[in-house]
Each structure stands twice: as structure tokens, then as C-alpha cells.
Design a binder for this molecule. Structure first.
Ligand code: G6Q
Length: 544
């Protein structure tokens, strides 16, 4: 395991950055570009078909040098090696963190507790591929011998957000005569709406749950079972209409799914890092095994880049360090993810879990309170829609919101001038945020004095522009891995465990307790809660 490092505020680079930030903050991006026009081409990095322009950030060469020193003093290099070599860096759960093994080529060997996990990964991939081919070709028949036409993934959190995001992102590459639906919420509406126009005879459920005990998923899976049996009557039908994706074969068997129809994964795959494991079965059925392997190859290419490239040219490292810079030295609370690609409409939601569940921590690896702010809030919407709603605040509000613009040189669906218009907006927004419009410029347009302050754009608002060639399965893998390693970089600087999620536990425990209290009509009114909670429960019991 990597050596322990000094608390953040005592690392020399941190102290130097604190002093440096004070001198840099008053400087405007307009001046930084004026005194150093070459920064527009110099402060860029390119890897695996992704071009990152980070020149419109409030940094200089000195800032970058110090941030990289901070990465070194935080032990980023040994931490990367520890992750890639299967060491148990998720210390609170005593687990290895090996999503990188899910996309390792068969020729590689990665050991956990002395055992090579790569052959197992490929065994599951082959089993998924055989199954996906059967469904795609219409050979997998339902209980009444009709081919499957509808695939419904039931899962939540990490067992849902990746599959939904990837399905939407790669719809262009999907088999269009199959219908895909995703059910996650325990709100019955989610299930009812997902199946309202489907025929159980032609519907296959993928029950995706690492633990196979998650309340929402098991409740939805039982409703799916009842919905199926209401038409097909015989319990033997379940074997043709349900498969499981899980690490828990006992619970899968208990549910009544044949473990021959179970696709496994391992405790070293975190939920939010699992879209390229068997959890991606819906993706593989949608786009086919060949495209799924291209997706994995994209992930792997970014893994190699992250592991082997010097920090100055390392895309995830640079992006991670910039996020630390704004979070801790500019008090930025959020990061906006702005994909100018309609197919990436669920990408911000996917990144919300990846980033916020990973780095929403206030305790360091040694159990002490972290001495800086951690994980910013990630949010966003695809461009250009956001421009007509929340960009106002980014341009003229009082908060600093670093933005990641994501654009592509080629349209997946070329249509007249649409793509040029879309991309013109990427460049225009980043330019407007950085350089703004001064009072003099506004006045020169003949704007009356009273309106001038309203029409001034201060500028000096930072952004990254990520420009990639085209959204393909391979490119999606690269983009997701880019953010996975960006998050990892941030977590290492803050010395937190980016791979546990204890913060979701308390609410779950309380909900189970309260469920018992509201379901039993004879139970006495609960008293063990605070007066507000008791009052709400009683009101609900009386009005439901
Ligand atoms: C992700 C979290 C969480 C998890 C869900 C679903 O990193 O662990 O979002 O994915 O709670 O868990 P199961 O897959 O076990 O149902």
C-alpha cells in the first residue's frame, strides 16, 4: 500500500498554492491571454482522440507546476499503481478497486489475493456475448416460444445509471427492433409505465443487483415476476423471462432464477464503476458483443494513458487537479457538465453518482476530518438546451462555476447545418465565459447608461473544452474512464476513500424501520422518532 502522506494543508505544494492563488485571483483571463497568447495552444493536451483545451482556466504555467507537485506529494503515482495492481485501496471495506480489470485484455494478469482475475472477467464476457447473440438473433425464446422483443433492466444506482446512460449514448448503434426499458425507482409508477405497452410473452427482465438484496430492486423484481406470471401462469416460465446479474448466487437462486442464467461479477467492482461488467448486459444486447468490446477497448486505452503518461500531459490528472484548484482555492461549489451531443443526455446524471458518491466524504483515510473542501456538486444538461435555461447564472451570477464543454468534430446524425450550429455554440459559450464584455464595449454599442451594468459580462469564468472525433462505443469508454480517473485523482489529493459510500446507509436503515411502522395498521403510533418525524408518519397513516 502507498505510504501515508502529510495532511493536505501541510504539504509544501499546498502552502505554495495558497500563496500563488492570492496573486492569481485578481488576474483576468483577458490579461492572461494578452500577455501570453501562446497559452491558447500550449495549455492543451491530447490523448486517445480526445483534445483537451484547458487554456481558459484561471491558471498559469506556475499553477500547473505547483498542482503537479501537489499530485506528487500526495502520492498519486503510487496510488495509481496500487489500484492497477489490485491492492486493497478501498480501506473501509477492505477491497481491491479493479474496474480497470474489467477491460484488461485477456493477455494481462491482475491478481487479487494471489488469484488472476482476468480469465474470470473474460469468461463472463464470453457468456454475456453468447446470451446477447441469442437474444439479438431471436433465438432466445420466451415460455410460449415467441422471440424476445423487449428487455427491461431492473436495478438502481450503479446497477441502473450506467446501463441507462450507455443505452442512450449508443442508441445509434443499437438493434432497433428491440425495445429497452430501465426500472429503478421503488415508486410503482416506474414499473407500471415501463411495462404498460409490453407483452410478458416477449419480455425479458434483467435483474441487476450486485448484492441482490437492494430493497428497490427486489421489490421491482417481485412485481415483474407477478406481472409475468399473471399472463404466463407457470413458474417454469420465469427461467425464460428472467436473468440475474449479481455477485450473490444464493439470493439469485432464492428468487427463483436459475443460476445458469446468472452473470457474475466481483466485490472489487464498485456499483458506480460497474457499467463495463455484467451490469452492462443490457448495453451488450443493445449494441452487440463486438461494439461492447470496442467500448471496453476505449476504457482500456484511457486506463493505459492514465497509468503511463506524465502528469503534465495526462488528461484525467489535469482535469482532476483543476477541480481541486477551483474547489479549494476559489470556493467553487459545483462543476457543470455540458455535453453538446444529444445522445449524452444522461451523461451528467451518470457523472453525478460517479463523482458525488465517490468524493462526497469529509473524513480522510486515517479517520480525521479533511482539512479542505472535497467533492464538488456535479450537474448539467446537454447543450444547447442549457443555454436557454441556466447559463444565465453561469455568465452573470455571483458564483464561480467551472464548466466542462464536451463536443465532437463529427455528428453521429449529420443533418444540414445542425452540427456546425451546435459546435459554434460550444466555442461561443467558452469564449463568452472567459472574456465577457466590458462596460466600454457595451457603451460603444449605444446601450443607455442605466442598462450598461445589466449588459456587462464580467468574464473570467473558467472552462475546459473537450473535443473528440465522434461519439462511438470506443469513445464513450474513453470518456467514462477519463472521468473515473479524474475522480480518482481528486480523491488521492484529498486522501479520502473514493470507493465506499457509507453515507447512504443511515437513511436505508431508518426507512426499513419506518416501513414497519406505517404498514402495520395495529402498530401503536411510533414514538421513537423526533416529534416532526412522528407527526409526519401519523399524518400519513391517517390519510393514506
Ligand atoms: C454504487 C453504490 C450504489 C449501488 C446501488 C445498487 O457505487 O454502491 O449505487 O450500486 O445501491 O446496489 P446493488 O447493485 O447491490 O443492488
Amino acid at each position: 500500500m502507498p505510504d501515508q502522506v502529510a495532511p493536505l494543508s501541510q504539504r509544501p505544494a499546498w502552502k505554495a498554492l495558497t500563496a500563488h492563488a492570492a496573486t492569481l485571483k485578481p488576474q483576468h483571463l483577458r490579461d492572461l491571454f494578452k500577455s501570453d497568447p501562446a497559452r491558447g495552444t500550449r495549455l492543451t493536451a491530447e490523448a486517445e482522440g480526445i483534445f483537451l483545451d484547458y487554456s481558459k482556466n484561471r491558471v498559469t504555467d506556475d499553477t500547473l507546476k505547483l498542482l503537479i507537485e501537489l499530485a506528487e506529494q500526495s502520492g498519486l503515482k503510487p496510488h495509481i499503481e496500487a489500484m492497477f495492481t489490485g491492492q486493497k485501496i478501498n480501506i473501509t471495506e477492505n477491497r481491491a478497486v479493479l474496474h480497470v480489470a474489467l477491460r484488461a485484455p485477456a493477455s494481462e494478469s491482475i491478481k487479487v489475493d494471489g488469484e488472476d482475475v482476468v480469465p474470470e472477467v473474460h469468461k463472463v464476457l464470453n457468456k454475456m456475448a453468447a446470451f446477447a447473440d441469442q437474444v439479438r438473433s431471436g433465438k432466445w425464446l420466451g415460455y410460449t416460444d415467441k422471440p424476445i422483443k423487449n428487455i427491461v433492466n431492473i436495478g438502481i444506482g450503479g446497477s441502473d445509471l450506467g446501463p441507462v446512460m450507455a443505452y442512450e449514448a449508443l442508441k445509434h448503434y443499437s438493434q432497433r427492433d428491440l425495445t429497452f426499458r430501465f426500472v429503478s425507482n421503488v415508486d410503482g409508477t416506474d414499473f407500471v409505465e415501463a411495462v404498460h405497452d409490453l407483452d410478458p410473452e416477449e419480455t425479458l427482465f434483467l435483474v441487476a443487483s450486485k448484492t441482490f438484496t437492494t430493497l428497490e430492486t427486489m421489490t421491482n423484481a417481485h412485481s415483474a415476476r407477478s406481472w409475468t406470471l399473471a399472463k404466463l401462469k407457470q413458474t417454469e416460465a420465469i427461467a425464460r423471462h428472467f436473468v440475474a446479474i449479481s455477485t450473490n448466487d444464493k439470493e439469485v437462486a432464492k428468487f427463483g432464477i436459475d443460476t445458469a442464467n446468472m452473470f457474475g461479477f466481483w466485490d472489487w467492482v464498485g456499483g458506480r464503476y460497474s457499467m463495463d461488467s455484467a451490469i452492462g448486459l443490457s448495453t451488450m444486447i443493445a449494441i452487440g458483443p463486438d461494439n461492447f468490446r470496442k467500448l471496453l477497448a476505449g476504457f482500456h486505452a484511457m486506463d493505459v494513458h492514465f497509468r503511463t503518461t506524465p502528469f503534465e500531459k495526462n488528461l484525467p490528472v489535469l482535469m482532476g487537479l483543476l477541480t481541486v484548484w477551483y474547489t479549494d482555492f476559489f470556493d467553487a461549489q459545483t462543476v457543470a457538465i455540458l455535453p453538446y451531443e444529444q445522445y449524452l443526455k444522461r451523461f451528467p446524471a451518470y457523472l453525478q453518482q460517479l463523482t458525488m458518491e465517490s468524493n462526497g466524504k469529509h473524513v480522510t483515510l486515517d479517520g480525521t476530518h479533511v482539512d479542505a473542501d472535497t467533492g464538488p456538486i456535479y450537474w448539467g444538461e446537454p447543450g444547447t438546451n442549457g443555454q436557454h435555461s441556466f447559463y444565465q447564472l453561469i455568465h452573470q451570477g455571483t458564483r464561480l462555476i467551472p464548466c466542462d464543454f464536451i463536443g465532437f468534430s463529427k455528428a453521429v446524425n449529420p443533418l444540414g447545418r445542425h452540427h456546425d450550429m451546435l459546435m459554434a455554440n460550444v466555442f461561443a459559450q467558452a469564449e463568452a465565459l472567459a472574456f465577457g464584455k466590458t462596460a466600454e464595449e457595451v457603451k460603444a454599442e449605444g446601450v443607455p447608461d442605466a442598462l450598461v451594468p445589466h449588459k456587462v459580462f464580467e468574464g473570467n469564468r473558467p472552462s475546459n473544452v473537450l473535443l473528440a472525433n465522434e461519439l462511438t462505443p470506443e469513445m464513450l469508454g474513453k470518456l467514462v474512464a477519463l472521468y473515473e480517473h479524474n475522480v480518482f485523482t481528486q480523491g488521492v489529493i484529498w486522501s479520502i476513500d473514493s470507493f465506499d459510500q457509507w453515507g447512504v446507509e443511515l437513511g436505508k436503515v431508518l426507512a426499513t424501520k419506518i416501513l414497519g411502522e406505517i404498514e402495520s395498521p395495529t402498530a401503536p403510533a411510533p414514538t421513537a422518532h423526533d416529534t416532526s418525524t412522528t407527526n409526519l408518519i401519523n399524518r400519513y397513516r391517517a390519510t393514506k
